[in-house]
Ligand binder design. Structure first.
Ligand code: ZN
Length: 306
């Protein structure tokens, strides 16, 4: 059976499960109206940053000549302009967010009709939720790892609630794969841990006639289980090797709250050279960034052992 048939079957099974789950949730909600009225609907679950549920739009912003950031305080998508159309990295939470991406592209002078590829870093709703809407509208191809395609279709709580429509996937991402559109190639790095099939991306950015390499670590938060933490650590080492081999000097993220990103977004409009672009870290800065991630995961592992 072809991948596409299996995908379609899994998609409809997941859809049916989703409907049942939604009905179940409705029952629970109806029986707990009094309780629900006391709770803020936007209150984040414990252990998740409150910014993750802040849908305040950010100003769509050009970061490099070929790279644009569009999103909310919660999460952003990155539009990478190539000579043959646009590659979108992640798609935010839901259909409303997908429309925000479209509106943002228009404000930036990008044509949403040029959207060709949507690369999904991992199977959490805040990254895949807008993808199907964009695919249906512009016939864009969706890419995600096989592992997280399965994970997405079988997870219905936390960031994978019914808020985020599951999407079909046209091509599965694998470690070391190169996705080329026109003059631009994105390298995929398999970095499981944050989710079972999380991937990270390395891609070129251009400014003042020069090209630099950028990297986006796919999964922001440290996972709960020890097994996943250990996997996260080894993925980080794998990713660091890729960053080193590709001379990465620019860092982007889907969650700007995690990395002083709101300030970077405000300041980038005043940058006059690569050195004062706040997303440019240089090789030393990238080493520091990766070292900090490494220290964080080491700390999390040792705290779990205590
Ligand atoms: Zn996630």
């Amino acid at each position: 059976m072809s991948h596409f048939i299996i995908q379609s079957i899994m998609y409809y099974i997941a859809k049916a499960k989703n409907i049942l789950f939604t009905l179940f949730c409705c029952c629970i909600l109806l029986s707990n109206v009094a309780y629900a009225q006391d709770k803020s609907q936007t209150a984040p679950p414990p252990n998740l940053p409150s910014e993750l549920f802040d849908n305040t739009p950010l100003t769509p912003t050009k970061i490099f000549d070929n790279l644009y950031c569009i999103g909310t305080k919660s999460v952003v998508a990155w539009a990478l302009q190539t000579s043959d159309g646009i590659i979108l990295i992640d798609s935010m939470w839901d259909n409303n967010d997908a429309q925000l991406i479209i509106d943002g592209m228009k404000k930036l002078g990008l044509n949403p009709q040029d959207l060709k590829y949507i690369l999904i870093s991992h199977g959490h709703g805040d990254h895949y939720g807008g993808a199907q809407y964009l695919k249906d509208k512009y016939n864009a191809k969706i890419f995600m790892s096989n592992t997280d395609f399965y994970y997405m279709n079988n997870t219905f709580d936390g960031a994978n609630s019914s808020r985020s429509p599951k999407c079909t996937v046209d091509e599965f991402l694998t470690d070391g794969q190169q996705i080329t559109l026109g003059d631009t190639t994105v390298t995929v790095v398999s970095t499981p841990g944050h989710s079972p099939g999380c991937v990270s991306f390395i891609f070129p950015v251009k400014t003042q006639g020069k090209t630099y390499m950028a990297a986006q670590w796919g999964g922001t938060g440290i996972p709960k289980s020890m097994e996943n933490k250990v996997q996260y650590k080894s993925s980080l080492e794998h990713f660091a090797q890729y960053c080193h081999d590709n001379n990465v000097v620019v860092e982007t993220t889907a969650h700007l709250f995690a990395d002083n990103g709101y300030a970077k977004l405000n300041n980038v409009v005043n940058s006059t050279s690569i050195e004062n672009n706040p997303f440019y870290l240089g090789q030393k800065g990238i080493d520091n960034y990766l070292n900090n991630l490494s220290l964080e995961i080491d700390r999390a592992i040792s705290n779990s052992i205590k």
